[in-house]
Design a protein around this ligand. Structure first.
Ligand code: ASP
Ligand code: SER
Ligand code: ZN
Length: 608
């Protein structure tokens, strides 16, 4: 993900003059719209640092002090934001150049949780937001009980245990132990959402969900329909994979545990949220074990790849496309592994501290192929930051947030088995139909399995924000939606004393999630376009653009445009199309889908 909240900056260092200008009296503005936008760009550039620097310290060194400092920086930023948005209303109805109109529009959507104008409420919101992030970061489950402090583990370690354990009861224990951590965030979350909703309404949105849905260069309702259309396109792929996975898991854990025609227990997929299933590929999902190629996990350990080497590997992919090497400060200031002596937020993120060259990664990397892919993903954000750093502040963003998430994943689609062989992390597979199906299954376990989860998180939050879901129903509604979309169920009874949505980082972190759903579809479109640019001929799943300066040039051009134009224009320049479309991902997985259709014959697919 991107760094939470921190995209725009703090204000008021500029002092009283700005404050006066921003109180939003609707009298005739004293400056032209262009002057106003130029000033906001300047001030936000200058002020963004404080928020990012304090946010960085709060996430990499969780203490009462770092929280308090970061909450105060956020408070100043949100105050500036509200005032600037209000002041921008003075230009409503004026004839503006498209660039100026776009800058004002970007300004109005610049935060993921706007505060109410009342300073006391704003301070409460910033405290809650900081505390939620810290609580998630500090949360631990003590596997052997609280009197064994060494067994108390955060989500990074618990996730790794879940990924590598195959004992039903132990999996249930780990899964439950982590999910129970959500409960302590339940009340804070309800209050936080109430305040952010109030802020969104003051800005003229129906609720916070409507604000989030407004960031896509089309009316919010139209966007809802686009997301729905994309989901319906890919649903059959997911259902086929779900059916196959259910049969495999039943064979592994017993038909009494994984019942045909019913939702699958959520703790069996090798991932805490059952959002990506690649960790059970090797021993459960692989179609043809006789032609197995091991994942890179073992090679990474055997060859002593540490976090720096893994990051260098990602960097070398980008430089092979023509991107610059990372600045020295990146290596000095990033946090690549979990520090042993302090609390941190381990969820991986990429930071743009000063809108120039101070870019960083915060991550608790392990020697796994999964984390190798994640660091390739995070560097996608970093290269986006570096590519658009010359744009005005308000345009220093992704074409839309799904683009930002898609850059590194697009690169990852070029991390083919052949590429992994090339960098010494895999053994070459003899080309065969079986090898292709194995590789497709592995990727589907990551990309197709994710799609319903990518949809469900905000489906739930949109309803929470609109009031359709009340706090008293948080957990019931969460599991209803997860059952409906993912076809999974909790392994044990959950109730309203718990808060299972809170066990997923992006909920307490208040990071919108539809961006990932969009990214997982979009990245296939982008990959295809890059492969075309590289002159690749052949089936798309064999394409790697590693080393292609032609593909790199097109990619760079897209990244350099940032958010300066409607994303439809950006997409068209790269792909020739103005719409997000699942056709490419569907075509990509044709071999697997045909195979799954045969495999699933006679099975009772779906769930009640
Ligand atoms: N890049 C991931 C995400 O965007 C981070 C992770 O998987 O840890 O949230
Ligand atoms: N990185 C996102 C997450 O962790 C999507 O894969 O949820
Ligand atoms: Zn990301």
């Amino acid at each position: 993900m991107l760094a939470p909240l921190i995209r725009c900056a703090a204000l008021f260092a500029a002092g009283a003059a700005l404050l006066a200008a921003c109180t939003g009296r609707q009298s005739a503005p004293t400056e032209t719209a262009d002057q106003f936008v130029a000033r906001v760009n300047r001030e936000m550039t200058g002020l963004s640092r404080e928020l990012n620097e304090t946010g960085w310290i709060q996430a990499t060194y969780i203490t009462a002090d770092s929280q308090s400092l970061s909450a105060r920086a956020l408070d100043r930023y949100l105050a500036y934001f509200s005032s600037a948005v209000k002041a921008s209303r003075a230009y409503d109805g004026q004839q503006l150049s498209p660039q100026t109109a776009r800058a004002l529009q970007k300004l109005r959507l610049g935060v993921s949780a706007p505060a109410p104008e009342d300073p006391a409420k704003r301070a409460e919101l910033t405290r809650l937001s900081t505390r939620l992030e810290a609580t998630y970061g500090e949360a631990k489950f003590c596997v052997d009980g609280a009197d064994h402090p060494d067994s108390c583990k955060g989500v990074d370690d618990l996730g790794e245990i879940l990924a590598t354990t195959r004992d039903y009861a132990r999996l249930e224990k780990i899964w439950t132990g982590w999910h129970d951590q959500g409960a302590q965030m339940r009340e804070d979350y309800a209050r936080f959402i109430g305040l952010a909703n109030e802020g969104a309404k003051e800005l003229g949105f129906a609720d916070l969900g409507a604000m989030w849905r407004s960031g896509y260069d089309m009316p919010a309702d139209e966007f809802t329909a686009v997301a729905e259309k994309l989901w319906n396109q890919v649903k059959p792929l997911y259902e086929a994979l779900h059916c196959y996975a259910g049969a495999k898991l039943a064979a592994k854990y017993g038909a009494d545990k994984v019942k045909a025609g019913e939702p699958i227990p959520a703790h069996l997929f090798g991932n805490m949220w059952a959002q990506q299933w690649n960790r059970i590929y090797d021993d459960i999902l692989m179609p043809y074990p006789s032609v197995r190629v091991e994942s890179a996990d073992r090679a990474l350990k055997a060859q002593h790849w540490d976090a720096v080497r893994m990051t260098k590997s990602a960097e070398s992919f980008y430089t092979s496309l023509g991107f610059q090497t990372l600045p020295a400060s990146f290596w000095e200031r990033s946090m690549l592994v979990r520090p042993r002596d302090r609390e941190v937020v381990c969820h991986a993120s990429a930071w743009d501290i000063d809108t120039q060259d101070d870019v960083r990664i915060k991550m608790c990397m392990k020697q796994t192929e999964e984390d190798l892919f994640t660091i390739y993903h995070e560097l996608g954000h970093v290269y986006y930051y570096l590519s658009y750093k010359t744009l005005p502040y308000l345009f220093q963003d992704g074409a839309h947030d799904g683009f930002h998430e898609a850059i590194g994943d697009t690169v990852n689609l070029s991390v083919t088995p052949a590429y992994l062989t090339q960098i010494g992390l895999a053994r070459a597979a003899k080309p065969s139909r079986e090898a292709v199906l194995n590789a497709q299954m592995k990727l589907a376990a990551e990309k197709i399995a994710f799609l319903p989860f990518g949809k469900v998180v905000d489906e739930w939050r949109w309803k929470v924000f609109s009031g359709e879901i009340k706090p008293a129903d948080y957990n019931r509604s969460w599991w209803e939606l997860r059952r409906k979309y993912q076809g999974i169920a909790p392994p044990v009874v959950r109730d309203e004393t718990q808060f299972d949505a809170g066990a997923k980082y992006h909920v307490p972190g208040n990071t919108p999630y539809t961006r990932y759903f969009l990214s997982f579809i979009l990245q296939f479109q982008l990959h295809k376009a890059l492969c075309d640019a590289a002159g690749f001929k052949g089936p798309l799943h064999e394409c790697s653009v590693f080393g292609s300066k032609e593909a790199g040039a097109k990619f760079q051009q897209m990244l350099a445009a940032g958010a300066s134009e409607p994303w439809q224009d950006t997409l068209e320049k790269l792909t020739g199309k103005r719409e997000m479309d699942a056709a490419v991902i569907i075509e990509y997985f044709q071999p697997l889908m045909q195979w799954l259709a045969e495999q699933n014959k006679g099975r009772s697919c779906g769930w009640t």
